[in-house]
Design a protein around this ligand. Sequence first.
Ligand code: PLP
Length: 458
Amino acid sequence: MRVKRRAISEACGALFNTSARTRKSPLSMEILIGNNMVTYDTFTGADQKVRTIADIRKDFPILSRQVHGKPLVYLDSAASSQKPQAVLDTMSTYYQTYHANVHRGVYALSEEATAAMEKARIKVARFINAHKGKQIIFTRNTTESINLVAYSWGGANIHAGDLIVLTIMEHHSNLIPWQLLAQRTGARLEFIPITEDGFLRLDAYEQLLQQQPKLVAFTHMSNVLGTINPAKQMIAQAHAAGATVLVDGAQSVPHLPIDVQELDVDFLCFSGHKMLGPTGIGVLYGKRELLEAMPPFLGGSIMIRKVGLRESTWNDLPEKFEPGTASIAESIGLGAAVDYLSALGMENVLRHEQAITDYALQQLQSVPELTIYGPRSADKRGGVISFTLGDIHPHDLASILDQELGVAIRAGHHCAQPLMEHFDLAATARASFYVYTLPEEIDVLVQGLHKALEIFSL
Ligand code: PLP
């Protein structure tokens, strides 16, 4: 299939409406991908501005830097995204003008900092359509959020012999906490297998549900294969079997529109740093009745209501799960990241990434000896492509791309060793995309892969 790159470039460039111009009604643009005419709509962003990717890139100072004398091509957003100036400014303003500890002081700075952090909580709640701000627990990252649930909810609800259903495509962060829980309690772990092209075997899932698991925990989007799992359907099936469901949203919340009420998910975990926000801030969303019934995870500081020498009582949500001084700047920064994404509109973010992924999947076909893992079609996956190139070690490949062309990709097991084992691999290379990724950057990646083949054939 032949792709008209320029057309795609224009389409991607026009997917977000921004800059000086504003438009009242959406436009349509038709692009030829192979023999198929695909229509990408251009539209007015949620902030009513007409936006292009080139404009968006100007918001990310790091994207204008050079690496080894070449313009940076950042294709590792699944590991951590870059940050727009608005996030950096918001955090810097906090430190420069109203830094103080939160929920403690009765003076202006502390009250301002508390108000800003709580406003950020509300923004996050709205972003995923949570019913109440108090259902948003700030943690350090997805990993901590999952550990919180495994320790607190798991400790209270999982007993010897109980079944926990996971998948073989989990990140270690959604595997090890359950292994630890199973070791503590004597619970059993079972795993949903996958098909050759990286989809969950839903027939096997249905069979596992017949064993009435207590918990089902799965990733919404695989950080290796890019597969977007049918979360709504899987949650409904799990509930019908009597199970509680935790969804690892580390890769989905930054890239797809998420509505926790529509999904009816019990727990959703995600990280700020993968969604244009800072490191050191993560989120646990939970259904209120579950969170209220759960015992604390970590103790101390403001998670209490009353403390005696021998026993204590606990604060309300969310403080019950937020002991110690909060990541104040980080939570406020996450609020700014959510504002930025909301202004773009998450439907638009998804559409852009699908267009870029589509383009990448097709351009990569020109590279001999390349094996791509995961779904073949961009509409069934997110903007993550894992691959191997002949027998070149992925680490060598990543080094060549970095040094020769300034391309940053990830190489390794991606914290998914069981999945690597399934494919009989030690590692893959992985390119991942976000709101600022251009088709031209995919071209540089493809050029780099050809170059690597040349170097290794010498
Ligand atoms: N789950 C998935 C699917 C991920 O991709 C990652 C990170 O790459 C995590 C969990 C862990 O995220 P964090 O390191 O922010 O805790």
